[in-house]
Ligand binder design. Structure first.
Ligand code: GRG
Length: 303
């Protein structure tokens, strides 16, 4: 019991350390407001700094620990993945997509600034992500960086996150099967979470085919669990606060795990996925403890 409490405290400390460190890393890798055009840089900083759970950077660092990755590469990888994530949120919130007014407790970029600025903030963050990831570190790391660039580009593009978003937009008002819903989330949210894990691993010493397969076997269930829990939180938050039985996606006529499976089956699915994630890490032993703890966090989170 005591050992478990100590482990939890150590995990919380580690998590807060990574989250606080990310603030400084992003600050360093985002263009300064003193650079022209100041307003665009201000808007990029407004949306990327001081907010979010930083789940993807946490995954980068947790996977990096397994492969003795150097801090410099991990920081670049974590910042790049978070910049892609933030860009996707800025675009997703725009009137042509989800049309949301609030994100991370603040007015969305198109509300706080304007729509053209929101478009450019997303575009510029995406470009900045690749600039940061390809930044000059040391010649000995060039091959790792090239692999990481390729992984991130694939995760962000039309066969990854953008493709998932396209399927999501096309699914409004449609009845999706569970397999189709899974395929959509595997691309929309899963591709970037998988990339975070693999970028962390690739930052370190050589990753074997077997190790990569194990990390992929971990990334699949945690990605789906992330989405299942998101749907559960969405549904239960709305039912508590608005007296509805379904959340925003369902209200927007989008299929969700809760709308297809119901609440208790969705909760059971999240538990099953958490167990699958733990099982996938068996070969790494205690070295993968942060990844185990992040799987638990993803399923147990309340926001
Ligand atoms: C616009 C190209 C493009 C893609 C958008 C990921 C995505 C694709 C849209 C986000 C929409 C959304 C709310 C999806 C649900 C799951 C999700 C990715 C939630 C937000 O991620 P968190 O919870 O957010 O990690 P924070 O703010 O903590 O970083």
């Amino acid at each position: 019991m005591n050992a478990r409490i100590e482990a939890d405290a150590a995990f919380t400390d580690w998590m807060q350390h990574v989250q606080a460190g990310m603030e400084g890393t992003l600050d360093a890798y985002l263009p300064a407001v003193t650079e022209i055009p100041a307003r665009l840089h201000q808007a990029m900083r407004y949306t990327a700094l001081d907010g979010g759970k930083r789940v993807r950077p946490l995954l980068v660092y947790a996977a990096g620990e397994l492969f003795e990755a150097p801090e410099e590469l991990l920081g670049r990888a974590a910042a790049a993945v978070e910049m892609i994530h933030v860009y996707s949120l800025v675009h997703d919130d725009m009137p042509c997509m989800d049309d949301d007014a609030l994100r991370r407790g603040k007015p969305t970029v198109h509300v706080r600034y304007d729509e053209p600025t929101a478009l450019l903030v997303g575009d510029a963050l995406q470009a900045q992500a690749f600039a940061v990831l390809s930044g000059n570190v040391e010649e000995q790391y060039a091959a790792r960086q090239l692999k990481m660039l390729h992984l991130l580009a694939q995760a962000a593009g039309s066969t990854g996150m953008c493709g998932g978003q396209a399927i999501d937009l096309a699914s409004v008002g449609m009845t999706l099967s569970l397999a189709e819903l899974e395929q959509m989330h595997r691309l929309k949210t899963g591709a970037l979470l998988r990339a975070a894990i693999l970028l962390g691993a690739c930052s370190g010493k050589h990753l074997t085919v077997v190790e990569q397969a194990a990390l992929e076997a971990y990334s699949c269930p945690i990605s789906l669990a992330f989405q299942v829990v998101d749907d559960i939180l969405d549904a239960t938050a709305d039912s508590a606060t608005l007296g509805k039985t379904a959340g925003k996606d369902a209200a927007d006529n989008k299929p969700t795990y809760v709308s297809i499976l119901g609440l208790s089956e969705s909760q059971a699915l999240a538990e099953k996925l958490r167990n699958d994630a733990h099982k996938a890490l068996e070969q790494f032993g205690n070295k993968a403890r942060r990844l185990h703890e992040l799987a638990d966090l993803i399923v147990q989170r309340k926001a």
